[in-house]
Design a protein around this ligand. Sequence first.
Ligand SMILES: [Mn+2]
Length: 323
Amino acid sequence: MSAETSIRALLEAFRSHPRFIVTSHARPDGDAIGSVLAISEILGKLGVEVRMILCDEIPAIYRSLPNVDAILQAPDVREIEPDLSVPVIVMECDGIPRTGLQGLDGRMLINIDHHASGREFASVNWIDENACAVAEMVYRLARGAQVEITPSMATCLYTAILSDTGSFTYPSTSADTFAIAHDLAAHGADPSLIARDIYFSNPESKIRLLGTALSNMHTDGPLAWSWVTTEDMVRAGAGAEDCEGVVNYLISIAGVESAVFLRQLPEVDTYRLSIRSKGKIDVAQVAEHFGGGGHRAASGCTLDGPLSVATEKVLHELKMGLC
Ligand SMILES: [Mn+2]
């Protein structure tokens, strides 16, 4: 579906339902949170009532976003919205499981995604692989719906685009990205304040954990990898969100084409992998091979331990991708 057709289908759905649930994926990132907040404000302006529900906590760096306290955290949407006739907008997910939420089955679903691994699982599916963030699509929706971009909307969308493009450095960054960022700054997004919240507000635990992760670093030609165990995390007083971005230090090494960061999950000997590429290797394919997903340059998946086996498996796939 073209953007125009999708936006028309969305507006039609908004007109025929007085109430919506808006959600995104588990372990929400800047795009998930910023897009949920912005689309909810747009819906509000269109006279639609909205409940924002995520299964996980908002990471500290996004807790100053406007209206973020209105996002509810619950394992099951029926706890908050028992009426099954209330449709759900699912953003940045390739299916219901990615939300981590229960109680979505049997509802009308609207799917808005920009991942290469995006799938048409909903009644309305708007998937644009070329969008740098779902926030870009939400911005286009606001324009298409002729909703005025408010300073709070602009702040949420700019935050999402800044974080999802790796500060305007990923291959998805285009002239359009800057045109949108320009318009958002003109409508009240403050680039300096937003950067301070995202990049200069780290908890000390995150930097301590980074130290451990970097001392566990290994390289083999164009590949770099590193890990932290649950014990490392306990020692640093760190949580899962403190692992965000560690992989970017590994991919920042000259000559490294692809990098992997493995985080041991609590209780079971299973690892959450973040994979990055400078472009030669399609890491979306590598992640999909292991049941995960993402983009050509940034993806993720989960592998069973022990650590040495998980590491060997992913390095093998990455080496295949280099051939
Ligand atoms: Mn995104």
